[in-house]
Design a binder for this molecule. Structure first.
Ligand SMILES: Nc1ncnc2c1ncn2[C@@H]1O[C@H](COP(=O)(O)OP(=O)(O)OP(=O)(O)O)[C@@H](O)[C@H]1O
Ligand SMILES: [Mg+2]
Length: 260
């Protein structure tokens, strides 16, 4: 079981879109995938068709009320893709977990229940570096960083990297950066290309080869409660997310070989 956090404290960079569509692509190629929505906004939950998420027990119940994963996990319409939803109650975690001894380990401890049940667990993080994202990073083997192809793309990345280093040295020495995924790439916009070049220059092979194009189909899909891969499988966005998922699997294969 490989646990991946999709994280970037910058808002609106494509975390949820990437989590939902990479999860779908991995499931489509036969992997058993669990998507954990760890954002009180619950965008991944609605994007996968859970509309009554405020009345549905979700990840808050697992983290703070001793609910079992198996009792809050939904089978989505995509075979092989399961989901644990999130609702606004999750925003209170900083306060509700204040007195808890292992508050940074809540997700890691409870994820032990899922060992052997999934090939991949993908965690959609909120746009902040608070306790929720720390819980995700502590529970993960690796982190996938979506980066929007726009002028301020690199802003905030230094802060994210230093958070990752702090988690690595204090809480989870096994955390690895899986890669940086370029999102909302627009080839007609010269700035997009400049950003891509700049990011590749800074981060080299850490950047995935496949940029995710900006596309109306990608942004429309969540309003139908579907990943773009189901909404319009032939769209450029779907193809890009399939390629990204296959890069992720390849990268991991290589990591596994090195580890062996
Ligand atoms: N490739 C794309 N093409 C067009 N629109 C996109 C694309 N990727 C994401 N979007 C749109 O951009 C917005 C932000 O995307 P998304 O919700 O995935 O970002 P996020 O990082 O999860 O945001 P937040 O920080 O609020 O959680 C959404 O409206 C989404 O539909
Ligand atoms: Mg989001």
């Amino acid at each position: 079981m490989h646990v991946i956090s999709v994280a970037n404290q910058k808002g609106g960079v494509g975390k949820t879109t990437t989590t939902v569509n990479v999860a779908t692509a991995l499931a489509a190629i036969g992997q058993r995938v669990l998507l954990i929505d760890l954002d009180p906004q619950g965008n991944a939950s609605t994007g996968l068709g859970i509309y009554d998420r405020h009345d549905t027990p979700g990840i808050y119940n697992v983290l703070l009320c001793d609910a079992f994963f198996k009792n809050v996990t939904h089978q989505t319409e995509i075979p092989g893709l399961s989901l644990v939803s999130a609702a606004a109650d999750l925003a209170a975690i900083e306060h509700d977990a204040l007195e808890m001894e292992r508050k940074q380990f809540l997700l890691r401890d409870s994820l032990e229940q899922c060992e052997g049940l999934y090939d991949y667990v993908l965690i959609d993080c909120p746009p902040a570096l608070g306790l929720l994202t720390i819980n995700a990073l502590v529970a993960s083997h690796s982190v996938l960083i979506p980066l929007q192809c726009e002028f301020y793309a690199l802003e905030g990345l230094a802060q994210l990297m230093s958070t990752l280093e702090r988690v690595q040295s204090n809480l989870n020495p096994y955390l690895d950066v899986l890669g940086i995924a370029l999102t909302m790439y627009d080839p007609r916009n010269g700035l997009s290309d400049l950003v891509v070049k700049d990011v590749r220059k800074h981060f080299g092979d850490l950047v995935f080869k496949t940029p995710i194009p900006r596309s109306v189909r990608v942004s429309e899909a969540p309003s139908y409660g579907k990943p773009v891969l189901i909404y319009d499988v032939k769209s450029a966005g779907s193809l890009a997310y399939m390629n990204l998922a296959s890069e992720i699997m390849k990268k991991q294969g290589i990591t596994d070989v090195i580890a062996a």
